[in-house]
Design a binder for this molecule. Structure first.
Ligand SMILES: CC(C)(COP(=O)(O)OP(=O)(O)OC[C@H]1O[C@@H](n2cnc3c(N)ncnc32)[C@H](O)[C@@H]1OP(=O)(O)O)[C@@H](O)C(=O)NCCC(=O)NCCS
Length: 185
């Protein structure tokens, strides 16, 4: 690809996918916040971003434009033991996902979600959950195509009054999850 091609012609296979790390904060955190706050219905403070990025940098991935390393897309996740659940569940959570509007529809979010699923499965997650607005057709299509199921409808969940679906991807059967818990703590 030559450098004089228009910005919108970048193909997803030309993108560089990297894992987030703390050394990248000053370079990418402002762009991450800008990309996410542009489309998501919840205004997150910088502390929310740091809560995830400080503890679960290994579960956060960036897609970069190889021509200038600018941010094209990001996924931010966490993985914790969900102790109020019986049996205790090792639960992954996709907190934020956004792709720059000019690059949507090229499978970039699909690639990022697959990377996050693989990373959480490698760390013995039992399940992965998330919430998305019921009207967010691209997000619903993407997650359901990857095997996520609707587990609950959350009425008027967002500040804008919109309802959400909680989606879940089961990585292990409940019995296996229970047996495996001692191995991961
Ligand atoms: C949701 C989002 C992350 C998807 O990113 P993306 O890179 O375009 O996603 P992908 O190309 O991997 O897949 C999108 C799917 O939605 C479909 N889609 C895209 N726009 C659509 C539309 N307007 N109507 C119906 N389906 C649509 C695509 O065809 C694709 O499904 P398919 O592969 O079954 O055809 C992106 O639209 C975005 O950043 N939105 C704003 C932030 C957001 O909503 N984040 C998710 C919160 S949980």
């Amino acid at each position: 690809m030559t450098t004089d091609e228009p910005q919108t012609s970048t193909l997803p296979e030309g993108l560089r996918y990297i894992q987030y790390e703390h050394a990248l904060e000053s370079k990418y955190l402002p762009a991450i916040r800008a990309l996410i706050s542009k489309d998501l219905s919840e205004p997150y403070s910088i502390y929310v971003y740091r809560y995830f990025l400080y503890q679960w940098a290994h579960l956060c991935y960036l897609a970069l434009d190889p021509r200038d390393d600018s941010l094209v897309a990001v996924i931010i996740c966490k993985l914790e033991h969900h102790i109020s659940h019986s049996p205790v569940t090792h639960r992954g959570y996709i907190a934020m996902l956004a792709v720059s509007s000019v690059h949507r529809g090229n499978g970039i979010a699909t690639s990022l979600v697959k990377m996050a699923i693989d990373a959480m499965a490698d760390r013995k997650a039992d399940e992965i959950v998330l919430e998305t607005e019921e009207t967010n057709i691209p997000a619903m299509r993407l997650y359901e195509r990857l095997g996520f199921l609707r587990s609950k409808k959350l009425h008027r969940y967002y500040l804008n009054g919109n309802s959400a679906y909680r989606l879940v991807l089961m990585l292990k059967s409940p019995e296996v999850a229970h047996q495996g818990f001692d191995d991961v703590i």
